[in-house]
Design a protein around this ligand. Structure first.
Ligand SMILES: [Zn+2]
Length: 84
């Protein structure tokens, strides 16, 4: 397979698990063979690990309550989907 470059968005999508099929195969093949993209992927993984472990980004509890109230009202307004 010929080495084609991929952009950072594709590397990020690969790391985020957003790619499927040929796109996934192409990105995986490239990231494992390209030193630059492999380093970029490692940086994205490190940032993701920090974001997952850092709860300082959680919104204030009053905001969570307001959003839940908003969506509970919205669900009461929306008709139930007919799945039959
Ligand atoms: Zn590359």
């Amino acid at each position: 397979m010929r080495m084609r470059s991929i952009c950072n968005d594709q590397v990020l999508a690969y790391i985020a698990g957003e790619l499927t099929g040929t796109d996934l195969e192409r990105a995986a093949w490239h990231v494992t063979r390209c030193a630059k993209c492999s380093a970029t992927a490692q940086r994205f993984r490190a940032v993701g690990a920090i974001l997952r472990s850092d709860d300082s980004f959680l919104p204030p509890s009053c905001l969570i309550v307001r959003v839940r109230d908003m969506f509970s009202c919205w669900q009461q307004i929306q008709p139930a989907a007919d799945l039959s």
